[in-house]
Design a protein around this ligand. Structure first.
Ligand SMILES: [Zn+2]
Length: 350
């Protein structure tokens, strides 16, 4: 309770509004005091009204070059300049690889606050929580709050990944078609990767051998919500794109895109450009992951440090058994000796 005027008190209600209660000791208060209090409330309301939007939307600055717009809070000018340079480089590289116009417009919003970022993007199962792309609109949102110091390659990978989505999105808009989600993610992972996947990751081979690969036709509209399955979907998509590039040439994805006519499906583009449909190509890819000796491959993939540890334990146990047997043998011999000695001892007849 806060004292306000000699005969009135102001209470703060849980919802933050201020209102006045007549003080029990001063029942005959004047109108003048009420009016004064009313004007104070109005002033507070006005203050709240104008203060709230200023808090929710920090002042954004902009930076623009060759159709790339960066929106950023004033404190992030250095990061904005870096992002602009990275997006210019990424766009040049991606459009060259996909043989698409180099002038695709894009806007990137840099957000410096986790809560604001989550509010802006909503729930997303996207792996790269550092950023998201709204590809048909050419809009990228990047969360600078999640960027670790020295995370320059993370920032580049994220911007390039999202730029690839935007590039494919502009083609979708132009040709009025919808590319499958696995294709979007596969191409974005391929073009956004600074370094290719580590060869130590055997999840794909294991999934292929155990018939646990996710069929691509189920990944057309979206990815699974569970993290483990979602990660597998990303791995599969990128690996499949690399498999296509290796088999049909480094320009094969560009050829598929060029072959797509208005409103067509990816299958039609595949047939026209590569002479094979997605389903057949997928079967060849899964077969290549399984390799020639499925069982040996499974054992090899799982011959990890844990396996070595388990073997050492077995060897140690065998060694212990041999040692134990020797000790028991010795005990037995000693007993025999003692028994023999006892036998020879003179027996006291008393
Ligand atoms: Zn993506």
């Amino acid at each position: 309770m806060i004292g306000f005027s000699p005969n009135r008190v102001v209470r703060r209600r849980p919802d933050g509004w201020l209102y006045q209660l007549p003080d029990a000791n001063h029942k005959h208060s004047s109108y003048l005091v009420s009016l004064k209090a009313f004007s104070v409330i109005i002033r507070i309301l006005l203050l709240l009204l104008f203060a709230v939007p200023a808090y929710a939307a920090p002042q954004y600055e902009q930076m623009r070059e060759e159709g790339i717009l960066i929106l950023y809070p004033a404190a992030y000018q250095t990061q904005a300049r870096t992002s602009l340079k990275m997006l210019l480089d990424a766009r040049l590289e991606i459009t060259a690889r996909l043989r698409l116009p180099a002038s695709i417009p894009v806007s990137a919003e840099l957000v410096g606050d986790n809560n604001l970022f989550n509010e802006m993007v909503g729930n997303t199962s996207h792996l790269r929580i550092l950023g998201v792309a709204y590809s048909p609109n050419g809009r990228i949102v990047i969360n600078l709050a999640r960027l670790t110091p020295g995370g320059q390659s993370n920032l580049y990978e994220t911007l390039a990944h999202e730029m690839a989505h935007v590039t494919l999105g502009s083609l979708e808009k132009e040709k009025q078609l919808r590319l499958s989600r696995w294709f979007h993610e596969g191409v974005a992972c391929w073009l956004g990767r600074v370094l290719p996947d580590s060869p130590d990751d055997h999840r794909l081979e294991t999934a292929a051998i155990m018939n646990a690969l996710i069929p691509f036709y189920t990944l057309e509209k979206g990815f699974p919500p569970f993290q483990e399955q979602s990660q597998l979907a990303y791995l599969q998509s990128e690996n499949f794109i690399r498999f296509i590039l290796n088999r049909h040439g480094q320009d094969s994805i560009a050829r598929v895109l060029a072959a797509l006519k208005t409103g067509e499906s990816l299958d039609q583009g595949f047939m026209r450009a590569l002479g094979i449909d997605v389903f057949q190509e997928e079967a060849l890819w899964a077969e290549s992951l399984r390799g020639g000796h499925p069982f040996l491959k499974l054992v090899y993939n799982h011959f990890t440090i844990l396996t070595v540890g388990a073997l050492l334990t077995v060897i140690a146990f065998i060694g212990y058994r041999i040692k134990r047997r020797r000790i028991l043998d010795r005990f037995a011999r000693e007993e025999q000796l003692a028994a023999a000695m006892h036998w020879e001892e003179p027996v006291d007849e008393n």
